[in-house]
Design a protein around this ligand. Structure first.
Ligand code: SF4
Ligand code: SF4
Length: 267
């Protein structure tokens, strides 16, 4: 079973929930937040990495400067000048259209390194795998896709924040989605958007409230919206301190175990 931990808004405690759920359920953790993979602060162990590549076009000698490649590129990644063609690999989406449609067959695919996948071993056990996007790369999705290909069947996924392509790509891999929200107007607003996205993907889901106790009736609002609250993490200074030191919330072990049990029953 794969459980994705997501949130509409960044900074709601998504990584906190993902790391603790992984630790107390025994499911391996995957950090798909490849633009800012911070689950690793909870693990100190040996790291082994491998590169992730994606194909981008390269122009060869047969080019007659006809401009077809520029016209077909939907991402403006190709510019045709008077004497040469320039491809901007950072914004190329690797669709292959320009290579396929070049009348002179002057383009070929070359591999471009866009990130890496890192396994973290603690006591010889691979407890965490995280992805890391190269600086300057525009889309994290190819790194996430590469991670998905080699995922184990039981896992907790720390998703990227927001509700755009990286979050959707991550959530698609899951059997169940936990949406993390905090008791604020802003977070509730984004929670509803995230819930709509997860519904549209036809994934079962529930809500975990972080910083429970802040003066905002999030639980009641979730009820009104038909959102099931599966767990609560109290608002306490010690939890902020533990997070900043990369420590688990041992005192909430039972809470996370019961969230895991609830997910198993629902799936
Ligand atoms: S489509 Fe092919 S031949 Fe035409 S400009 Fe592009 S690379 Fe050159
Ligand atoms: S592969 Fe697709 S996105 Fe990349 S330059 Fe060619 S047409 Fe544009």
């Amino acid at each position: 079973m794969k459980i994705a931990v997501a949130s509409g808004k960044g900074g709601t405690g998504k990584t906190t929930v993902a790391v603790n759920l992984s630790a107390f359920s025994g499911l391996k953790l995957y950090d798909f937040d490849v633009e800012e993979p911070n689950a690793r602060i909870f693990f100190s162990g040996e790291e082994r990495d491998r590169p992730v590549y994606r194909p981008v076009p390269e122009v060869g000698e047969n080019c007659n400067l006809c401009g077809v490649c520029k016209d077909v590129c939907q991402y403006n990644a190709v510019v045709v000048l008077k004497d040469r063609v320039i491809v901007f690999p950072e914004i190329c989406h690797s669709c292959g259209a320009c290579i396929y449609l070049c009348p002179e067959k002057a383009m070929k695919e070359v591999d471009r390194k866009i990130g890496r996948i890192v396994d973290v071993f603690v006591d010889n056990k691979n407890l965490l795998t995280y992805g890391e996007l190269e600086i300057g790369e525009v889309s994290p999705v190819p790194v996430i896709k590469a991670m998905k290909k080699e995922m184990e069947k039981d896992a907790v996924i720390d998703c990227p924040p927001g509700v755009s392509c990286p979050m959707v790509e991550s959530v698609k891999a899951a059997d169940f989605v936990i949406l993390v929200a905090e008791p604020t107007h802003f977070s509730f607003h984004d929670l509803k958007i995230a819930a709509d996205v997860v519904r549209s993907l036809e994934k079962p889901f529930g809500v975990v409230i972080n910083k429970y106790g802040l003066p905002f009736e999030l639980e009641q609002r979730c009820e009104k919206e038909g959102l099931t609250v599966m767990g609560k993490i109290p608002f306490r200074k010690e939890f902020a301190e533990k997070y900043s030191r990369g420590m688990l919330f041992e005192e909430l072990r039972e809470e996370f175990e019961s969230i895991h049990d609830a997910v198993r029953e629902l799936v």
